[in-house]
Ligand binder design. Structure first.
Ligand code: GDP
Ligand code: IMO
Ligand code: MG
Length: 454
C-alpha cells in the first residue's frame, strides 16, 4: 500500500521526522515534487540529519526515489549522498529519468528575478535554489531531464538551444551581465561565467550523467514503484513544502513552483491515482505557524506586545530555516488554513508536532476563523490579497506546563497533559480527522504514535 505524507501548512511542519517514524514499515520512500529547496530533519539518538534531496527513509536504509515531478540538482544530490556515506550510511537513491535537472543558470535567474521583484513586494523569499526557473523550463518544454544527462548528444543540442535564451533573459530583460564575475542576484554566488557557458555546462553535466549511470541510479519511477506495490511492498510518498505554498492551492504568488498537495503524489511518480487513493494521506501539522518566506500571515505574532512570545517560540522550536538559516516568522495556529488543507488533500490521519514547544508559555490562542468584510468565514479566501485582509477570530486555550516529555513519549497519548489533549482534540474534531501521531520533541523516540497508517 501507499502512505502520502503532506505538509498541512507552510512547510517545515516536521515531515522528515514523521517519514522516519513510520519508516520502519516502509520499503521505498519516494519524493514526488520539489527539489533541494526542501530541508527535512531526522533526529535519531545523538544524530541529526538534514536532507534536501535524499528521501528521509535513507536514515533507516530504505530505498529512496526522486520521482518525475521533482527537480534535481545533481551537485546537491551527490554531495548529500557523499556526506551520508561519510557518516556511515549507505543511501540507495534512484532518480526518475523524467525528472528535470536544475542547472546553474536556473539558480542565477532565481536570484535575479527575486531581486527584480523586491520593489513591488512580489518576491516570494525563495530559497535561491533555482526551483521556479527549472519548473518554468519544464512547462515551457525547454527543460533538460535526467535522461538527457545519459545522452550526450541530446544534452549538447538542448543546451545549445536554451543557454542563449537564458543569457538574453539575464542581460536584455533584467540588465544583468551574464558573462564574467558573480551574478549579484544569485544567493550562492554561482559564477555567471560558468552558468551561461555551454561547453563547461556540457562537460560538467555529462559527467553527472556518467556517475548516475555508473551507480545505476536512474529509473522509470512509475514502473519501478508500481512493481514494488504489486509485490505487496509499502511505499511512502514524502511530500516537500506544504499545502499553503502549493502553486495551485497556496498563497500565490508567495508559493513554491510545484504541487506539494496529495494529488501530485500520483502525477509526480507515475503511480496511478487509484492506487494512491487506496492508501492513506497523513497531514503533518505544526501546533503553531512558522513561515520562512514573504506575504501576508493573518495570525502572525508581530505586534509590539507579541514579539517577545514569538522570540521565545522561535528559540525553543529552533525556528530558523533548514536550507537558508533565515529566522522563521511565527504565528498562532490557523484553522481556516488547516480546513483548506484537509479538503485539498483528503487527510485520513494527522500527525501534530511541536506541542512541547508551546508548553510553559501560558494561555494560548488559535485563529479559529477569519473576519472579512464584517463576516466570519471558516476557510481561506481564494486570493492572497483578500487573505491579507482577514483578521483572525481568536479562540483561547488553557496552556500546559512542561512535563517530562520522555516519560510522556514512552507512556503514550494519555500521558500528554490534559490541556494539550484538549488542544489536539479540537484540531482533530474541526478537521474531522483522527490523530495518528503527536510530536513532543525532535527525536524518533519523542513521538507518541497513536496509530500506524500501515
Ligand atoms: P520538514 O521540512 O517538514 O521536514 O521540517 P524541518 O526539518 O524543516 O523542520 C522541523 C524542525 O522541527 C526540525 O528541526 C525537527 O527536528 C524539529 N521537530 C520535528 N518535530 C518536532 C516536535 O514535535 N517537537 C520539536 N521540539 N521539534 C520537532
Ligand atoms: P520543506 O520541504 C518552508 C518557500 C520559500 C519561499 C517559497 C518559494 O523543508 O518544508 P522556492 O525556493 O521553493 O522557489 O521558494 O517557498 N519554501 C519553503 N518553506 N519549507 C520548505 O520546504 C520550503 N521550500 C520552499 O521560503 O517562500
Ligand atoms: Mg524543512
Amino acid at each position: 500500500m501507499t502512505v502520502t505524507i503532506v505538509g498541512a501548512q507552510l512547510g517545515d511542519e516536521g515531515k522528515g521526522g514523521v517519514v522516519d517514524i513510520y519508516g520502519e514499515d516502509v520499503d521505498v520512500v519516494a519524493r514526488y515534487q520539489g527539489g533541494d529547496n526542501a530541508g527535512h530533519t531526522v533526529v535519531f539518538g545523538e544524530d541529526e540529519y538534514k536532507l534536501s534531496l535524499v528521501p528521509s527513509g535513507a536514515i533507516r536504509g530504505k530505498v529512496g526515489v526522486l520521482g518525475n515531478g521533482c527537480v534535481v540538482n545533481p551537485e546537491t544530490l551527490f554531495s548529500e549522498i557523499d556526506a551520508l556515506r561519510e557518516r556511515g550510511l549507505d543511501p540507495r537513491v534512484k532518480v526518475a529519468e523524467r525528472a528535470h535537472v536544475i542547472l546553474p543558470y536556473h539558480r542565477v535567474l532565481d536570484g535575479i528575478e527575486e531581486k527584480a521583484k523586491e520593489d513591488s513586494e512580489l518576491d516570494a523569499g525563495t530559497t535561491g535554489r533555482g526551483i521556479g526557473p527549472t519548473y518554468e523550463d519544464k512547462i515551457g518544454r525547454r527543460g533538460i531531464r535526467i535522461g538527457d544527462l545519459l545522452d550526450p548528444d541530446s544534452l549538447r543540442s538542448k543546451l545549445e538551444y536554451v543557454v542563449p535564451q537564458k543569457r538574453a533573459l539575464a542581460e536584455d530583460v533584467f540588465g544583468v551581465s551574464a558573462s564574467g564575475g558573480s551574478s549579484g542576484g544569485s544567493s550562492d554566488g554561482v559564477s555567471t561565467d560558468e552558468a551561461f557557458d555551454i561547453s563547461s555546462l556540457y562537460e560538467q553535466y555529462r559527467r553527472y550523467g556518467e556517475r548516475l549511470a555508473e551507480e545505476e541510479m536512474t529509473v522509470n519511477a512509475g514502473a519501478y514503484l508500481t512493481e514494488r506495490i504489486e509485490a505487496d511492498e509499502n511505499v511512502m510518498f514524502e511530500g516537500a513544502q506544504g499545502t499553503s505554498i502549493d502553486i495551485d492551492h497556496g498563497i500565490f504568488p508567495y508559493v513554491t513552483s510545484s504541487n506539494p498537495t496529495a494529488g501530485y503524489a500520483a502525477t509526480g511518480t507515475g503511480v496511478g491515482p487509484t492506487t494512491v487513493g487506496r492508501g492513506e494521506v497523513v497531514g503533518i501539522v505544526k501546533a503553531y505557524l512558522s513561515r520562512v518566506g514573504t506575504g501576508p500571515l493573518p495570525t502572525e505574532l508581530v505586534d509590539d506586545d507579541e514579539e517577545e512570545l514569538a522570540d521565545e517560540i522561535r528559540e525553543k522550536g529552533g525556528e530558523f530555516g533548514t536550507v537558508t538559516g533565515r529566522p522563521r516568522r511565527i504565528g498562532w495556529l490557523d484553522m481556516p488554513m488547516l480546513r483548506h488543507a484537509a479538503q485539498v488533500n483528503g487527510f485520513t490521519g494527522l500527525a501534530i508536532n511541536h506541542i512541547d514547544v508551546l508548553a510553559g508559555l501560558g494561555d494560548l490562542q488559535v485563529g479559529h476563523a477569519y473576519e472579512l468584510d464584517g463576516e466570519e468565514i471558516e476557510t481561506m479566501p481564494t486570493t492572497t490579497e483578500r487573505w491579507g485582509e482577514c483578521e483572525p477570530v481568536l479562540r483561547g486555550f488553557d496552556g500546559w506546563s512542561e512535563p517530562d516529555w520522555a516519560d510522556v513519549a514512552s507512556e503514550g497519548y494519555d500521558a500528554i497533559p490534559e490541556n494539550a489533549r484538549t488542544y489536539l482534540e479540537y484540531i482533530s474534531d474541526e478537521l474531522d480527522t483522527p490523530i495518528y501521531a503527536v510530536g513532543v520533541g525532535p527525536g524518533r523516540e519523542q513521538t507518541v504514535v497513536v496509530e500506524s497508517p500501515f
